[in-house]
Design a binder for this molecule. Structure first.
Ligand SMILES: Cc1cc2nc3c(=O)[nH]c(=O)nc-3n(C[C@H](O)[C@H](O)[C@H](O)COP(=O)(O)OP(=O)(O)OC[C@H]3O[C@@H](n4cnc5c(N)ncnc54)[C@H](O)[C@@H]3O)c2cc1C
Length: 471
């Protein structure tokens, strides 16, 4: 039995009822895997789906953030397939990088022949040396890891530049515990093969993807919401962890027994009546990027080959570009292209707050890069939209683990049970589920992990399995 280090005893509760904060994929999956009956979900937005949700916008199907399913987890694959009655597309993907006006196949490490000279030879020499005589040094930070793995020149021109765009900070400020298979390390043979003109080596960790035929990415998990008790437009404004009350922005109140939070951890902590200055500071030390997604639709077909594109140039807003009709042709009306562009900000790169100006500049970049016809743009035949995501990617800066340690230890007093991997950037789903407490965190922003939608789905299942309640 667990003894909570709290002076006041918990009020009498019905241990069966579970209150879930947030109706994104993690909250919906938790309710679904618990069989819905004992769950109520409270969601701030007027719709469910969260960051992976989809919308109809001017007759185009767009995801709130561009999403594809590349999970290797057999359970999630089958569940997503069932959720769309097997009506999904599955295809190999090709991605490209823009570097100073030159398109390079992704990953650039495997296509050195496309790097302009004299940079190519310097990168190749250093990279082949690094691959041939791997360093025994332990990397101090991500920049050091990049330099040990690829040599200084490639590291600084490619991944370090992209890190400043995507993660909004220099790689020296990042740890390496989140890397997993994301950054390929090639052997000498593969590097040499990549120097031969016209070579194409698909060595990205995502080689093939699935996407619903209709309805956008949300179709893969929308079935989780069927029969769920979801209360929309209920923004949690305050949480009393002792009296076990939630207050909403509309002034209403809800008493909870067990709580599963999927809302961003800093927001959760700052809404708790019991929060201390030390814990508030720990929450402020958690770094996350913010995302401006610019949607541009043009009345012509896409000519650039590829499913999505990475932009290394630091003088451009665009960081990653998806073509939505390449994911599912039904996402756009016939003859139209839809381009979704990700532009990142954070406390390291503050958002200037003028989205329509940025969206116009991004559209200009899309014309320059060849995604959008200059004539259609000039004649006003393109449609625009933008959306703001205040939480996008957890940034793995060095204080993350220490800050989490403080927050988890503090929440333990109120019923959270620490898990053996709760400081790790990712979760190993092959491990046995551990017991869950009266307060449970689930999902990317609540656990502060590098979770994809499959991880969020599996976290919901893990919570149910821990209770032996899983459907
Ligand atoms: C740009 C981008 C691209 C991505 N691409 C992929 C991909 O291709 N494939 C993939 O598998 N994953 C992808 N991901 C990751 C994926 O989006 C996340 O893992 C997933 O959506 C997180 O779901 P969640 O339920 O944890 O959080 P969320 O979806 O954020 O859900 C939390 C919910 O809580 C609600 N909420 C917040 N505050 C409050 C409050 N105060 N009161 C009440 N409700 C509140 C929110 O409105 C939201 O609905 C991507 C992420 C980003 C940023």
């Amino acid at each position: 039995m667990r003894i909570y280090g709290l002076a006041a005893p918990f009020p009498k509760m019905n241990p069966g009822h579970i209150t879930i904060l947030g109706a994104g994929i993690a909250g919906l999956s938790t309710s679904f895997h618990l069989g819905h009956g004992n769950c109520s979900i409270f969601e701030r937005d007027p719709v469910h789906g969260g960051h992976a949700g989809s919308e109809n916008f001017f007759g185009f199907t767009v995801d709130r953030g561009p999403h594809v399913s590349f999970t290797k987890n057999a359970y999630v694959k089958e569940l997503f397939a069932k959720n769309v009655n097997r009506d999904f597309l599955e295809f190999p993907v090709r991605t490209r990088n823009l570097y100073q006006g030159t398109w390079i196949e992704h990953p650039a490490q495997a296509h050195l022949w496309q790097i302009p000279q004299p940079l190519r030879n310097i990168c190749a020499d250093e990279m082949i040396h690094a691959a041939g005589s791997p360093s025994a040094e332990t990397p101090r930070n991500y920049r050091h890891w990049l330099e040990l793995s690829y040599g200084k020149t490639f590291a600084s021109n490619f991944p370090a530049a992209y890190t400043r765009k995507y993660w909004t900070t220099d790689p020296v400020n990042l740890s390496v515990d989140w890397l997993g298979p994301r950054m390929p390390k090639l052997d000498v043979k593969e590097l040499q093969a990549g120097l031969v003109p016209e070579t194409y080596q698909n060595l990205h960790y995502i080689t093939s993807i699935r996407y619903p035929k209709s309805g956008g990415y949300q179709s893969f998990f929308d079935a989780f919401s069927h029969n769920a008790d979801i209360h929309l437009a209920k923004q949690i404004s305050s949480i009393d962890l002792v009296d076990r009350n939630l207050w909403f922005a509309d002034g209403s109140r809800h008493q909870f027994d067990r709580l599963v939070s999927t809302i961003p951890l800093p927001d959760f902590v700052n809404r708790c009546v019991q929060v201390t200055d030390e814990v508030r500071q720990a929450a402020a030390d958690l770094d996350c990027s913010q995302l401006l997604i610019v949607d541009i639709f043009a009345p012509h077909l896409q000519e650039l080959p590829g499913h999505w594109f990475y932009v290394y140039d630091e003088d451009k807003w665009a960081t990653r570009i998806h073509c939505i009709e390449r994911l599912a042709p039904g996402n756009t009306p016939d003859g139209w292209t839809g381009v979704q562009v990700e532009v990142y900000f954070s406390k390291h790169k503050p958002y200037p707050g003028n989205p329509s100006t940025i969206a116009k500049q991004v559209a200009g970049e899309m014309v320059e890069m060849g995604f959008i016809s200059g004539d259609d743009f000039a004649a006003g035949r393109c449609k625009f939209g933008w959306r703001w995501a205040p939480y996008a990617n957890v940034i793995f800066t060095h204080p993350r683990r220490g800050a989490l340690e403080k927050i988890w230890n503090w929440l333990e007093r109120y019923g959270l049970l620490r898990r053996s991997d709760d400081l790790d950037a990712t979760t190993d789903w092959t491990r046995e589920p551990e017991p869950e407490g009266l307060i449970t965190m689930a999902g990317r922003f609540a656990e502060w992990k590098y979770h994809w939608t499959d991880d969020c789905t599996l976290r919901g299942r893990q919570i149910a399995l821990a209770d032996k309640l899983a459907i």
